[in-house]
Ligand binder design. Structure first.
Ligand code: SF4
Ligand code: SF4
Length: 209
């Protein structure tokens, strides 16, 4: 497979403003009310005065072993060989909803047409699709690749997207900077060896520093 693409998210830089989810809706013209390819959730911990809130911006994680792809009976969901982005071909979707049940993040959602749609990392080929689009690396090389709208509009620079190797480099560097500043709460999106596949608290970089 070509190099896996994915998202990077830094909760320490996220202020929960929702600019990312609104930018996503604007770019893809998703249904105003109920469809959120990207959403911001707030997780709270403790009780006053030791109370903390963390904002988490979530979309499809483009999982390494995508459970949505495994359960789709029509082959509508594909994990692309070229860049690991997981797409939904709406011409093949029958709206059974299995993918929505299988996804731990609630990423695939019904549109008004009764078919599933979700983040396609801004391949810009319709709702959740892009199965036939050139790889992100190829698009970049041709000067065509659109940066995901959520990354473009993030006010706090909390989101990034790209090949996972580059994202891990950024995460390591930021972890080291936090360690120097005594701020050790670092989160990167990664569950696979070479891929961004889920949300996991990772403190390795600071522990190893
Ligand atoms: S986050 Fe959900 S929709 Fe996205 S690849 Fe993983 S299982 Fe599929
Ligand atoms: S709803 Fe569509 S994409 Fe999801 S599993 Fe069923 S056929 Fe596949």
């Amino acid at each position: 497979m070509g190099e896996q693409w994915g998202f990077y998210f830094d909760p320490d830089s996220c202020m929960g403003c929702n600019a990312c989810s609104i930018a996503c809706k604007n770019r893809h013209d998703t249904d105003a009310g109920h469809v959120d390819w990207r959403r911001v959730e707030t997780v709270s911990e403790g009780a006053f005065p030791d109370y903390e809130e963390t904002n988490i911006s979530l979309s499809c994680m483009h999982c390494e072993d995508a459970p949505c792809e495994e359960v789709c009976p029509t082959g509508a969901i594909e994990k692309r060989e070229s860049d690991g982005i997981v797409t939904i071909d709406q011409d093949k979707c029958i709206g059974c909803g299995y993918c929505g049940w299988a996804c731990p993040y609630g990423a695939p959602q019904y549109g008004d047409d009764g078919l599933m749609q979700k983040c396609n990392l801004c391949l810009d080929k319709g709702p959740g699709s892009g199965a036939d689009a050139p790889s992100k690396n190829e698009q970049q090389a041709n000067g065509e690749a659109l940066e995901p709208a959520c990354v473009d509009e993030c006010v706090g620079d909390a989101l990034d997207a790209g090949p996972v190797g580059e994202l891990l480099d950024r995460a390591s560097q930021e972890a080291a900077e936090r360690f120097e500043q005594n701020r050790t709460n670092v989160i990167i999106d990664s569950t696979g060896e070479n891929s961004v596949t889920g949300m996991q608290g990772v403190r390795q970089a600071t522990e190893d520093s």
